[in-house]
Design a protein around this ligand. Structure first.
Ligand SMILES: NC(=O)c1ccc[n+]([C@@H]2O[C@H](COP(=O)([O-])OP(=O)(O)OC[C@H]3O[C@@H](n4cnc5c(N)ncnc54)[C@H](OP(=O)(O)O)[C@@H]3O)[C@@H](O)[C@H]2O)c1
Length: 241
């Protein structure tokens, strides 16, 4: 995977691919020639989104999988057969927490659900697909984090506790993973898409889903030679964790 401009012959698996930023990333990667495994929480949501891309002639395979469930992720990998040899793993599946969820007001069930999707979900797909990358000595992992998870940014402003903490943990997971896999030919990075017009971001957000996804596609395709990695990115630039 050295210095690819396009992605012909590459497989990209995008969780959260059925809507919003993940769907925009799936489209961007497929337009560069990748075969995209587009993952939604259900087969229906994944198929609906994939049909949009297939009608544009793009190479997309829809898969329903609840990333918070380790068994479901393992089942997905098994069902994918050769497509489980993923070159690019984009972890965009995520849920927001309730606006009222200050730490001591967070409902324990909501806390668990947000952590299970936003953090455990990243762990499950990394745990499932990165060993193959290590074997092949090639791969890229891109976790979709958020400014709200940054310790140097608005991540410590209080409120939205399950969401902020889950994204801070995704940052930690990514940095730790990057240190473990760099010498095995795998790049792992986190990115902030900014506030985007999606179901999560709302219709008044300043950025489009495509603008949010731009850094994902760039991280997936930039030159390996001399690449900075194990970092948090926003608008193709490194930002502090
Ligand atoms: N939008 C923003 O302003 C913003 C800002 C910063 C960070 N982010 C992050 O960017 C990522 C994408 O956000 P978005 O705005 O595009 O969100 P979105 O429009 O609400 O879409 C969420 C996506 O996550 C999937 N998903 C949720 N729970 C899942 C589960 N348990 N298993 C599998 N898939 C699951 C959904 O699948 P279904 O369609 O099947 O439900 C959907 O594809 C998230 O990680 C979010 O935290 C967003």
């Amino acid at each position: 995977m050295n210095g690819v401009d396009g992605m012909d012959g590459k497989v990209a698996l995008v969780t959260g691919g059925s809507r919003g930023i993940g769907l925009a990333a799936a489209r961007g990667l497929a337009q560069l020639g990748a075969t995209v495994v587009l993952v939604g929480r259900t087969t229906e949501s994944a198929t609906r989104a994939a049909d949009l891309l297939l009608s544009d002639g793009l190479d997309v395979v829809p898969v329903g999988c609840d990333v918070s469930n380790a068994d479901d992720v393992a089942r997905m990998a098994q069902d994918l057969g050769p497509l489980a040899a993923v070159d690019v793993l984009v972890c965009a599946a995520g849920v927001m927490s309730s606006p009222a969820s200050r730490t001591i007001r967070s409902d324990p069930a909501e806390w668990s659900q947000v952590m299970a999707t936003n953090l455990d979900g990243v762990f499950h797909v990394v745990h499932t697909f990165v060993p193959g990358m290590i074997e092949r000595r090639s791969g890229r992992v891109i976790t979709v984090s958020a400014c709200l998870g940054r310790f140097s940014g608005p991540g410590t402003a209080g409120g939205l506790a399950p969401y902020r903490v889950s994204k801070a943990a995704v940052n930690a997971l990514t940095k730790n993973l990057a240190a473990e896999v760099l010498s095995r030919g795998v790049l792992a990075d986190a990115m902030c898409p900014g506030h985007c017009r999606t179901d999560m971001g709302g219709e008044n957000a300043p950025r489009s889903a495509e603008e949010g996804a731009d850094t994902i596609v760039w991280l997936a395709t930039r030159e390996v030679e001399g690449a900075q990695t194990g970092l948090l990115w926003e608008d193709r630039a490194v930002v502090p964790w």
